[in-house]
Design a binder for this molecule. Structure first.
Ligand code: TRP
Length: 410
């Protein structure tokens, strides 16, 4: 299969990505920007990154292996790209072990809806595939990149971990760790970081991430930290010295890290990690940028009250509707740019209902205000439920998730 071999080296692909013309979309682990109201051109991105489209054929194969429909994020193209997913499906079919790895950079106290996306899919994957999961909190990354002290970043990591736990992960199958804490508890983690660092030159990371001569050396070394959890020997207390396959659900902007990881894996005697990539969650202002915690008006936070959600969506959610009611009835609205509709694509699992809304809005039977109301009433209970679950994620519960221990798997 073409997807098991990377056609370009990580460095080549990333240099291409950096040489984009101005009119093109820009995507790297720190910035996402598109010139178009419909957002990033994801097919182009697949081509540029050298990943594989998550097409109908592999979705069918997925459903055949698990014996049920895939998650609506996959059905609707929200997870749209992958690397080596076939390998993971084959392992599942053969009853062979593998694990899931995902993570979060704790840069803000409260998460927004967009931050939930990879975790929601990861939870579904954990339940469906019945495999262990490791979750990395990169407080080291955020200390290096943001105006944050070590102590602050470590605190944010714990707070963010509670939101992650509130998504509903199984404590018997999930290990959550913060880099700055875990590195002192597990020599195998640091040993793998050094193994990886030995395999990657400055030139290569420069090509992949665009680092320059004035960047702190911590940034240059960091990609090895995010790579290490993709190798099972980083967690001897879970996997012993078994070399297990790994599947990483993540947003597509994290792919550069894992292109690098896949490059070094064979040299260290590990299987290349498989990936499943998501699109970006749009800012309320529209899909040209992603929802951002640093712009209050761009995001629905998981701490927002029902009233705040209502006000934000009514005031800021970009509408694909027409200027006047008469015009809207005549011409209809555009769901491709309408943020309220996009919110429903993420958070309204009922395919039939979503399709009815799409048709009604496109024909002009449904007005922008009505679409916004639907988005508001869909999101309010989801956020409220998250808040209730988060209350249950106490420090004690968190310590259970973060304890070095064996996990359950067949
Ligand atoms: N760098 C990621 C961020 O800033 C966090 C992260 C670490 C991650 N390991 C990961 C994300 C694995 C996805 C998969 O959010």
């Amino acid at each position: 299969m073409g997807d098991s071999v990377d056609n370009n080296t990580a460095a080549e692909t990333a240099i291409d990505a950096l040489k984009l013309e101005e009119k093109d979309d820009f995507v790297d682990p720190w910035n996402v920007e598109s010139q178009s109201d419909t957002g990033i051109d994801y097919d182009k991105l697949i081509h540029r990154f050298g990943s594989t489209k998550l097409d109908d054929a592999i979705i069918q194969r997925f459903e055949q292996v698990i014996g049920k429909p895939v998650h609506h994020f996959i059905r609707r193209g929200i997870f749209f790209s992958h690397r080596d997913l076939h390998t993971i499906l084959r392992l599942k079919e053969e009853g062979k072990p593998f694990y899931l790895y995902t993570g979060r950079g704790p840069s803000s106290g409260s998460l927004h809806l967009g931050h939930l996306i990879p975790f929601l899919l990861t939870k579904w994957l954990q339940e469906t595939l019945n495999v262990p999961l490791v979750i990395q909190l990169t407080d080291d990354e955020k200390t290096l990149w943001k105006d944050l002290k070590i102590e602050e970043a470590m605190k944010l990591a714990r707070e963010n971990a509670k939101d992650i736990i509130a998504v509903g992960f199984d404590v018997n199958k999930t290990f959550i760790f913060s880099d700055l804490d875990f590195v002192g508890k597990c020599p195998a983690f640091y040993q793998n970081m050094i193994r990886i660092q030995k395999c990657v030159t400055f030139n290569q990371v420069k090509g992949i991430f665009g680092f320059g001569d004035s960047d702190p050396i911590g940034k240059i070394a960091f990609p090895a930290v995010q790579a290490a959890p993709a190798f099972s020997s980083t967690f001897p207390f879970i996997f012993g010295d078994k070399k297990m396959h790994c599947l990483i659900p993540c947003a597509i902007d994290q792919d550069p890290y894992f292109r690098m990881t896949r490059d070094v894996a064979p040299r260290l005697g590990f299987p290349k990690p498989a990936l499943i990539h998501s699109t970006f969650f749009p800012a309320l202002q529209g899909a040209k940028t992603k929802m951002s915690a640093s712009d209050n008006n761009s995001a629905v936070f998981l701490t927002d009250t029902p009233k705040q959600i209502k006000t934000k969506i009514n005031k800021h959610a970009f509408s694909g509707g027409q200027q006047t009611v008469e015009e809207h009835r005549a011409k209809g609205g555009n769901t491709n740019v309408d943020v309220s509709f996009q919110l429903l694509q993420f958070f309204l699992p009922d395919d039939d209902e979503l399709e009815r809304i799409r048709v009604a809005y496109t024909k002009g039977e449904m007005l922008s205000g009505e679409l916004k109301a639907k988005a508001i009433e869909t999101l309010q209970p989801i956020v409220a439920e998250h808040q209730a679950n988060r209350k249950l994620a106490t420090d004690d519960v968190l310590d259970q998730f973060m304890a070095l221990r064996q996990l359950k798997f067949d």
